[in-house]
Design a protein around this ligand. Structure first.
Ligand SMILES: [Zn+2]
Length: 248
């Protein structure tokens, strides 16, 4: 059982100052997945995971970082991902970094291979490459994945849901119409909540403590009680962890 009421399935805790991190580390209300972008952040996250019992760590190479990471560093992160249950943030990005797409594809495929071989979950970044990422993981047989901050097409959303993958609903919903449309269409059973903190979206600083407001908004959109959303997300997250035996 996870503790607390709220789940943040995607944050970058290593980017926070010691002082800000102390608000989230061992927070009784929040269970957080801290995703990585390269070797340094993966190592920092593992340290954070050691001292914060409410934090699950994911290691990986972010598609934005593929050309800044040496082959040696990549090997180290790939090696770490064989024994850490969660892999992320990994994937493809055609929207913000199309110029490195070929390299992104190579790196992403290596993480997919590890996820398959060692039965790991993928925390996916797929901006502008939603279909490509879905096809790759679905056709290769990846069983457990979450599409972080899903704002892709509605027809693909249906496929993601029926394949048993999860949708990351970001706190940016508070001002992003596309995110709102996804929440309208997706079943509660496929949703995980997330902040992507400390990322900034159109002047809105995103942080884990905003999950509470996100839940309230999702409840309004879906026409259900807040408790129903809290329970559904917790159930989904527990199932997500259970599938890859990520306990702590
Ligand atoms: Zn992120």
């Amino acid at each position: 059982m996870i503790r607390g009421r709220y789940v943040d399935s995607h944050a970058h805790l290593y980017e926070y100052s010691e002082e800000d991190l102390s608000k989230y580390c061992n927070n009784e209300d929040l269970t957080i997945v801290s995703v990585s972008e390269d070797l340094t952040s993966s190592l920092k996250n593992l340290k954070i995971g050691e001292s914060c019992s409410n934090v699950y760590v994911a290691v990986g190479i972010h598609p934005w970082r593929v050309n800044a990471v040496s082959r040696e560093d990549l090997s180290k992160v790939l090696d770490m991902s064989t024994w850490v249950s969660l892999i992320g943030e990994v994937g493809l990005d055609r929207r913000f970094t199309p110029e490195t797409y070929e390299l992104q594809l190579k790196v992403f495929k290596e993480f997919i291979d590890i996820a398959l071989k060692y039965d790991k979950a993928l925390l996916l970044h797929a901006a502008g490459a939603w279909r490509e990422v879905y096809n790759l993981i679905y056709r290769s047989g990846v069983s457990t994945a979450v599409f972080h901050w899903y704002t892709g097409p509605q027809d693909l959303l249906k496929e993601i849901v029926s394949s048993g993958y999860y949708i990351g609903v970001n706190v940016a919903l508070l001002r992003q119409n596309k995110m709102r449309e996804v929440v309208k269409a997706a079943p509660l059973e496929s949703m995980l909540t997330e902040s992507d903190g400390p990322y900034e979206y159109r002047g809105l600083a995103l942080h884990p403590h905003m999950i509470k407001d996100l839940i309230a908004e999702v409840a309004i959109i879906k026409g259900v009680h807040q408790e129903d959303v809290v329970d559904a997300v917790k159930r989904n997250f527990e199932e997500f962890l259970k599938r890859v035996k990520a306990f702590r």
